[in-house]
Write a protein that binds this ligand. Structure first.
Ligand code: WTA
Length: 629
């Protein structure tokens, strides 16, 4: 299962392509199945359907928790580093984590949650968030974690899309020096959610909250009364494990569905291999569990491997920009996994926060979520890794469940800003606009994958056609990633960014249409068009062109109002960085906005707008340019 060197990687890769079923079956057989599988793979990329280990039965938490109770019961599973640097860290051993997950499983059951029910989780980064996730998995409920920064409106949209029965939350949250209401936001959200029957509230900040009799219960009291044993539900391999909402080019965020067996095998395999995790090592992933990275590489992947996973509640700049490095020293972290945005913002705050820190425990560094530019790569390598730690730049997506193209730490020769080579089982291909394969090296194209891997998205919740049309219709017979990619002379892959209308803001996926819809909710706004533009720290920033009913008398007030509307509708992560008031948008005769032109203007490239002859009113462009200057 474990790749040993470059030759072994090449051999393993060959085998995974020649005999994928044999390859994945041998990995899957290392796990505990209640009923072993006999079928490995059934797939169709034309009329999309994929099934892995279809007739096998299992529970992922048996493999995350119970399996380790005989070997490493007293080893740490999760180390919780609270927001306040002075507060003691809390360690949960595998035995303790198992017991607490069982208790919350019993609490969920006593609140009427059954196998197959959907449960929404809206919590800050405290151990109970991981416990909630695992408790759902233990009883076969489908978790839908909503990132703690999303607005009430976003929560209710997600709850309603999958008709969640229960929501778990906290009274409040602390991030850096900010106190954030959680229960209050949930109350606003579920006023519009008829499916929600119960709200379970963990105390974190002792913020006063209102508790509705018969609907709302306190987590702590319920947990203290619950039994610490709970038999795991027996799940079919292809039963849904969770839903995670993510943004696409059009419409509302869609619920990406992952299933039990394949996701387990894929996250476990990639975690162990990409990071070359050794037993007893301390691993620190800075992602929030509200995103796929937190699901796959803070909770499931590490626990499946019996790893020690650090869970950090706070932000990288509190109390100062040295916080990550202090945590690494404090917990003797060996493997550190973060996002380019964090690296760039810390880089910008000056080297004094990092150079005097003891980072000698580090062995491997990782990056995820967006392209890691060369400057940031070198800073990470020199200042954090001291030139001794391989950097694994992992390319993957919510839909892929786990790493796809990535170096294997210490094995794959690195190139700054490259995700390097596909992992075993991953068959990338580059295609042109017409879907024709671009062969050879030294080429650019749209990145597709031509064969299934166990972690692939199974459907978009409640709307399988949307899954088909989003991922399998652009290039028939292929999974389309939405990313552009270059394959260099050595066959190394470098992701160049999204080629669709999805922006990547500080590593967060946000659709242009989503932000437009939010802006348009503001009274007085007639229409808007949103594009991404290069941003030094965030990778991409949001540029909004807005048409108002009347040109605003007070620009800055109107801007503030629009930002407030976007925050209310989506959350602060979707706030535009720039708003330009315009009187018209460049549209074709058929009424389509020509975003290409808006992107160029946002990038400040006024000279090279390309062909504008199909525009209904070419004069609009001049007005936009003069407004942008
Ligand atoms: C981008 C996050 C370059 C890419 C795991 C992808 C990356 C989108 C990288 C998925 C990387 C992710 N280099 N770009 N190493 N990793 N991306 O679903 O555009 O939040 O399509 O999953 O992030 O974002 P998502």
């Amino acid at each position: 299962m474990r790749i040993k060197d470059l030759v072994d990687y090449q051999k393993t890769y060959e085998l995974s392509v020649q005999e994928p079923e044999k390859f994945w079956a041998s990995i899957a057989n290392e796990f505990e199945w209640s009923k072993p599988f006999t079928k490995v793979l059934d797939w169709d990329f034309n009329d999309y359907s994929v099934k892995w280990f279809e007739d096998g039965q299992l529970n992922i938490t048996t493999n995350c928790l119970d399996r380790h109770l005989s070997s490493i019961p007293d080893q740490a599973a999760i180390i919780y580093e609270p927001n306040e640097p002075g507060d003691a860290a809390i360690t949960l051993t595998y035995r303790e984590l198992h017991a607490r997950v069982c208790k919350i499983s019993n609490v969920l059951k006593s609140q009427g949650v059954q196998k197959g029910d959907r449960v929404c989780i809206y919590m800050p980064m405290i151990p109970e968030l991981a416990i909630a996730v695992l408790a759902c998995a233990r009883i076969g409920a489908i978790h839908s974690v909503v990132f703690g920064g999303f607005s009430a409106q976003s929560i209710s949209d997600r709850i309603n899309d999958s008709a969640c029965k229960v929501i778990l939350t906290t009274d409040g949250a602390v991030r850096g020096n900010k106190m954030i209401p959680m229960k209050e936001t949930v109350d606003d959200a579920i006023a519009l959610c008829p499916s929600v029957e119960k709200v379970i509230v963990k105390r974190r900040t002792n913020t006063p909250v209102s508790m509705l009799d018969g609907r709302d219960i306190w987590w702590d009291e319920a947990e203290s009364e619950a039994a610490d044993a709970c038999e795991p539900a027996i799940m079919n391999s292809e039963d849904p494990l969770f839903i995670l909402y993510t943004s696409g080019s059009t419409g509302k965020p869609k619920g990406v569905v992952h299933t039990c067996g394949g996701y387990m095998v894929y996250t476990a395999y990639t975690f162990e291999n990409v990071f070359q995790y050794n037993p007893g090592e301390v691993y620190f992933c800075t992602a929030d569990i509200g995103w796929i990275t937190g699901h796959s590489y803070l909770v499931y992947g590490p626990l499946l491997n019996g790893a020690i996973s650090v869970l950090f509640e706070g932000v990288p700049t509190y109390p100062d920009a040295g916080r990550f490095w202090d945590i690494i020293k404090r917990h003797q972290v060996n493997i550190f996994y973060t996002a380019p945005t964090a690296i760039r913002s810390l880089m910008g705050m000056g080297n004094e926060f990092v150079t005097n820190k003891d980072l000698s425990s580090l062995r491997v560094l990782g990056s995820v979520g967006e392209p890691l530019n060369e400057e940031a790569w070198h800073w990470y390598n020199d200042k954090v890794g001291h030139g001794n730690c391989p950097i694994v730049d992992t390319w993957w997506q919510t839909e892929t469940g786990g790493h796809m193209i990535s170096p294997i730490a210490g094995i794959t020769p690195l190139k700054p800003a490259y995700a390097t080579l596909p992992l075993p089982g991953v068959q990338p291909i580059l295609v042109d606009e017409n879907g024709k394969e671009i062969e050879g090296n030294g080429v650019n194209g749209n990145l597709c994958i031509k064969f299934p891997w166990p972690g692939i998205i199974r459907t978009t919740y409640g709307d399988h056609d949307r899954c088909k049309s989003t991922y399998f219709a652009t290039y028939p017979g292929l999974y389309f990633t939405g990313d552009g990619c270059m394959r260099d002379e050595d066959g190394y892959y470098r992701i160049t960014g999204r080629v669709d209308d999805v922006m990547n803001i500080s590593g967060h996926r946000i659709g242009t249409a989503e932000v437009e819809n939010a802006i348009n909710m503001h009274t007085g706004v007639v229409e808007s068009a949103v594009v991404g533009f290069p941003h030094d720290i965030k990778g991409q920033g949001i540029y909004a062109y807005v048409i108002c009913e009347h040109l605003p008398e007070n620009d800055s007030l109107m801007r503030k109002d629009i930002l407030a509307t976007v925050t209310r509708v989506i959350g602060p992560i979707a706030k535009p960085d720039k708003i330009q008031f315009v009187t018209g948008l460049p549209k074709t005769r058929s009424g389509k906005i020509m975003r290409r032109i808006l992107r160029k203007v946002a990038e400040g490239e006024f000279g090279s707008l390309g062909d504008t002859s199909t525009l209904l009113d070419p004069g609009v462009v001049e007005a936009i340019i003069s407004g942008a200057l």
